[in-house]
Design a binder for this molecule. Sequence first.
Ligand SMILES: [Mn+2]
Length: 326
Amino acid sequence: MMTNDISVFLSKLLCYNRILIAGHVGPDADCIGSLLALGRFLETRGKEVYLFVRDGCPECFSFLEDAGRILASPGPEALSSELLLLVDCSDIKRAGLEPEGVKSVKNRAVLDHHITAGEPECSFGLTDPSACSASMLVYRLILAANSQPDAVTSRAILTGIAGDTGAFRHSNTNAEVLAVAGDLTERGADLHDIIKNLFLSRPKKVVSLLGRVLSGLRYFYGDKMVIAVITNDAFEDIDKRELEGINSEINSIKGLRLSALLREEEKGSFRCSFRSDGYVDCSRLASVFGGGGHRNAAGCTLEGKTEEEAVEAVLKEAENWKASFV
Ligand SMILES: [Mn+2]
């Protein structure tokens, strides 16, 4: 049963004593921030908490306290938990878990802000697609429990909020976001330090890749559409999360209405991410290629194609959408 009633969710959650909290694969700042803040809050309530993100916490989030406690695979103790709580996702597959692997954990709960097709499989859950981030839901939850987030918890929450709002630049930055950010700052979270860690710590090689990508952009439809391609050889050992930053740079171009960033995953396979600010429904565009996502951002994979063929495929499909953006 999903709810957006926070006190109902809270009272159910607090019935459990051993809780395994899992984030999604390819964790972002919101995933890690909400996981850490929720874990810390539940520990203040005397709960035994295990934190899990498949493959562990990426190095770029190691500036957060307790990041080292995040397990890369749930051990026997974690698997003896009474409750599996998914945060920033609602599906155990998205958490990189198999039903068989977590069958010892009898109950399921979800805390998420994504729009999902259909009801997630869980005993109870808290979802609010209007919330900017899962971290915001954790903040509301802590206050609803009459607790006060300490400086460490505040820092984790603000990291999640700053991450999912693109440093307060995306359209999900509303009055609540700004008020909560102010409150968390007063509680001891250092916003500048968070922003520096999340957005202003690009490795040198990412900056040079960015330069190459931006100078190689291909423009179409009177510069209203752009295609960027990053081939495997250019990619080397660059962290996938850095793509987010590259994508924002591309989408800062004035007058741009549709972008496609193609990244070669392996020879003949391109991961394509579409962006559009309200002109083209990216999730529908991506679904043509078997992908999906949100209206303003979505992705898909193009298989069995050379670079030129991948670009051609995107252009051919864009032609069907041109009435919306040209
Ligand atoms: Mn999120």
